[in-house]
Design a binder for this molecule. Sequence first.
Ligand code: ZN
Length: 126
Amino acid sequence: MSWEWSHTPEAYSNAYDQVHTLSRAELLTILREWAYDDREKRGTLRFKGSQVWTDKRGTKRVRGFRLPNGIRRLPTDVLADLVWQRAEEHRTCSNGGFNAYLCPDGCHTVPFDPVDVDDREEERTA
Ligand SMILES: [Zn+2]
């Protein structure tokens, strides 16, 4: 179950900052999930039924997740802005409102709480 966003401007600002700490690989994965969702909603996924296949190198691939042209060449902070833009349009969060959904299914989220730098340090040294 998910909730709609109804948070303070500060919470949105925290979540935005968290998106900008994500790795480039993770941001591209999220944008791929949006690409898949867009194509599914438009009915332009080329293969119905099983979407999973294995390429010549043996890597598992999922049809429809291909990024729109040019996205890979964008700087990481622009990718983060694109992810945030989609999240803002989606306005969905976890039950209880703790984590903002960054992707259509909510498998990628960031908390609305500020990142506690001291906690991070403790995790790293533990
Ligand atoms: Zn996801």
